[in-house]
Write a protein of this length. Structure first.
Length: 383
């Protein structure tokens, strides 16, 4: 453990520690042996989803009556932290379990919950959410994909890009304009099942990092889905997205904290072992000062996100605070990991060293879930 006398307050319950142990064991036994191959093939094996479902690691915060784990956000986050500590980078479960499943649970009808959540919890169906388009990312209300009503159906046309789980996805929540004459108020969330005619997947995009998490273009060409596939009321999509974003942003902030902690641990191991000029790298004052700074940043970030987790579980995490957590923790993560790469010397640049992968895999944290510039824009509205 990096800290001598700090324990996350939300992790106090024994049930969560049991889940933590089980998740760590699962990832070590079932995922780590395949991780290298998955990175090379650009996605995890399909079977990985089913195995994670069998082990109870999908949809942990969804009630048991829909096949989920019956927990809350703390359970989700215990699993995410275990995954990152196993040096796996991302494999799309944050999108599947922490974003897509909650949208269906919170806004879906009873029939929609029954139809989709049990399959997602077992790993039979993989979920994705498609907001970003080739011409629109941060400015979400300007999406051009349309879902126009024709009798009892919506007809979808448009293109999405950078969609996590795009290759594996069986269910995609599509952010589309049901009324293109309106801005944000014309947006609705429509679930498209991947076997629907008119739905197409593009390339599995090559990325700077996280190679095992597939990221794709998606296309909709006169793709007809029943009106009953809409989540909640027509025109409420933008509000629904805003309501769920604090959880997504906190999740990214927490991932950033785990990365900082692990980067410091890995670097300590390295500099304790390696020598230059007849002494351990750790014995140079620069090394000790840099790692002292990094450990301090990690603990300050950890205590902040821990408070946010407690607030989220109580239903009290506001958008400004979640944006602060996402912005600050991810900026610090990039600074800390950069220092840790430097302390590894040339090894820090080699793919076989975990620190180099943390540098590339983690860079996206400043970009997705709303860029850090957008986070500052949102925070500034509270001034
Ligand atoms: C690995 C990966 C996975 C992703 N997964 C998904 C997914 O599953 N689903 C999905 O829908 N999307 C996904 N995305 C997309 C991601 O959410 C967007 O890339 C992100 O929101 C930024 O949008 P953009 O790329 O269009 O950048 P742009 O919006 O074009 O921004 C370009 C630059 O301009 C800045 N900028 C924009 N507006 C402002 C402003 N008002 N003030 C100041 N600066 C501004 C931005 O901060 C950025 O620096 C993923 C992206 C990546 C890289």
């Amino acid at each position: 453990m990096l800290y001598d006398n700090y324990q996350s307050p939300w992790l106090a319950e024994e049930e969560l520690r049991i889940l933590q142990d089980a998740a760590e064991r699962f990832f070590e036994q079932e995922f780590v042996p395949h991780a290298e191959r998955w990175r090379e093939q650009g996605k995890v094996d399909r079977d990985a989803w089913r195995k994670a479902g069998e082990a109870g690691l999908l949809c942990a915060a969804i009630p048991g009556e829909y096949g989920g784990g019956g927990g809350d956000y703390r359970h989700e986050t215990v699993i995410m932290e275990a995954q990152l500590r196993a040096a796996l980078g991302s494999w799309g479960n944050q999108v599947h379990s922490t974003i897509v499943a909650p949208f269906i649970y919170h806004y879906g009808s009873e029939a929609q919950r029954q139809a989709w959540l049990p399959k997602m919890a077992s790993g039979e169906a993989v979920g994705a959410i498609a907001m970003t388009e080739p011409n629109t990312g941060s400015d979400l209300q300007s999406v051009r994909t349309t879902a126009l009503r024709d009798g009892d159906e919506y007809v979808l046309n448009g293109a999405k890009t950078y969609i996590t789980n795009g290759q594996h996805a069986d269910l995609v929540i599509v952010v589309a304009k049901t009324d293109p004459t309106l801005g944000a108020k014309g947006i609705s969330l429509i679930v498209v099942e991947a076997n629907t005619p008119g739905f197409g997947r593009g390339r599995n995009l090559k990325k700077l990092g996280m190679p095992a998490a597939d990221t794709s273009e998606l296309f909709f060409s006169d793709c007809r889905v029943p009106v009953s596939n809409r989540l909640g009321q027509e025109g409420r999509g933008f509000v629904q997205l805003m309501e769920q974003l604090p959880q997504e942003r906190l999740n990214i902030a927490q991932a950033a904290v785990v990365i900082m902690e692990r980067a410091v641990e890995l670097t300590l191991d390295f500099v304790r072992d390696r020598e230059a000029f007849g002494q351990k790298i750790l014995d140079f004052q620069n090394t000790k000062f840099k790692l002292a700074e990094c450990k301090t940043h990690a603990l300050v970030a950890r205590t902040f996100v821990d408070q946010c987790v407690l607030k989220l579980v109580e239903g009290e995490l506001d958008s400004t605070t979640a944006s602060m957590a996402k912005y600050w923790c991810t900026e610090k993560q990039c600074e800390v990991v950069d220092e840790c790469v430097q302390l590894h010397g040339g090894a820090g640049y080699m793919d076989e060293y975990e620190i180099s992968r943390m540098f590339t895999d983690g860079r996206v944290h400043k970009i997705y879930g709303g860029t850090n510039e957008i986070m500052k824009e949102l925070i500034s509205r509270s001034l």
